[in-house]
Design a protein around this ligand. Structure first.
Ligand code: GDP
Length: 295
């Protein structure tokens, strides 16, 4: 995960090794390398610039007081700022409803269906939760079948209505089915297009308004870098979602999406997907991710 970025940051921070003191010159050199590493990792230029300016100011300000060596001080500052940028504390999902309705949104191929299964399984393993999956992709029968395959594999019921072309009606019927049959979590998997378009946005917005979910999650493929951030912005403008799910972090992703998304949409990353298997789901902890980035 983020090997390239970790290597480059390591090299940037190495500049300070062997220096007894932080000074304007060696900090400036380090900062320049850190900024380049972030931009290369697909972090938006302005975010990278603000980030490194903050780190520089703190480095100059804390240097006199700190008992840490320059290299150690810089690693600590970069780690703290990365943690802050990615959201500070970990944030859970709202499961206060009965049933708690969770709406999944995102582009086709982002990993929505896979993540819906993973989340259902994760909650089922918590024992107090009995999840129902609802298939609302009315355009691709294969997507409905895919959710059934996932449900069968996990022994979790899937509600679908193949003849029905109205996703709002299916979502509502799914929630009714959950209430009548003792399910306390409903996870609604929706259709996704290959790019943001008006029809798709109107549809997901209509479902959102009609069912008033406790939690709306936006699923995004971390491999898509800056596009991930732009797509997040488009969905957030329409849905004002509650959290982001970053998938495919097991792949050769550069890290830009993980680092930038929170500061662009001001919504926390809540979970990450780290593989195709149903167990490949983790709660997102900003400080652990910062540790991993710093290698
Ligand atoms: P959807 O169209 O948004 O429902 O996306 P899918 O759930 O069908 O996922 C698209 C592809 O990405 C499938 O081949 C999944 O197996 C794969 N996928 C989903 N999540 C992950 C992940 O975290 N890591 C990896 N490597 N593949 C994933």
């Amino acid at each position: 995960m983020f090997d390239n970025l970790s290597d480059k940051l390591d090299k940037a921070l190495h500049v300070l090794k062997g220096h007894g003191q932080i000074n304007e010159v060696n900090v400036a050199e380090t900062i320049k390398e850190i900024r380049r590493a972030l931009v290369d990792a697909d972090v938006n230029y302005k975010i990278a610039k603000d980030f490194t300016n903050t780190v520089r100011e703190k480095a100059m300000g804390q240097n006199v007081l700190s008992s840490l060596k320059p290299g150690q001080l810089m690693v600590k500052l970069v780690k703290d700022e990365l943690t802050e940028l990615m959201g500070g504390e970990a944030e859970g999902i709202n499961l206060s409803g009965n049933p708690s309705v969770i709406l999944m949104s995102g582009l086709q191929g982002s990993g929505k269906t896979t993540f819906s299964g993973k989340l259902a399984n994760y909650l089922k393993n918590k024992k107090t939760k009995k999840p129902l999956l609802v298939a609302c992709d009315v355009y691709r029968p294969a997507a409905i079948d895919q959710l059934h395959v996932v449900g069968d594999q996990l022994d979790i019921e899937v509600y679908s209505d193949k003849g029905n072309s109205d996703p709002v009606a299916i979502a509502k019927a799914g929630i009714k089915h959950a209430k009548e049959n003792g399910f306390n979590v409903v996870i609604i998997d929706t259709a996704g297009r290959l790019a943001v378009d008006e029809v798709m946005m109107t549809e997901i917005s209509n479902i959102h308004k009609a069912i008033e979910p406790q939690e709306t999650l936006f699923v995004v493929d971390s491999m898509t870098g800056q596009d991930a951030v732009n797509t997040a912005k488009a969905f957030n403008d329409i849905l004002d979602f509650d959290g982001v799910i970053l998938t495919k972090l097991d792949g050769d992703t550069r890290g830009g999406a993980a680092i930038s998304i929170k500061s662009v949409v001001n919504k926390p990353i809540k979970f990450i997907g780290t593989g195709e298997k149903m167990e490949a789901i983790d709660v997102f902890y900003p400080s652990r991710m910062a540790d991993r980035i710093l290698g």
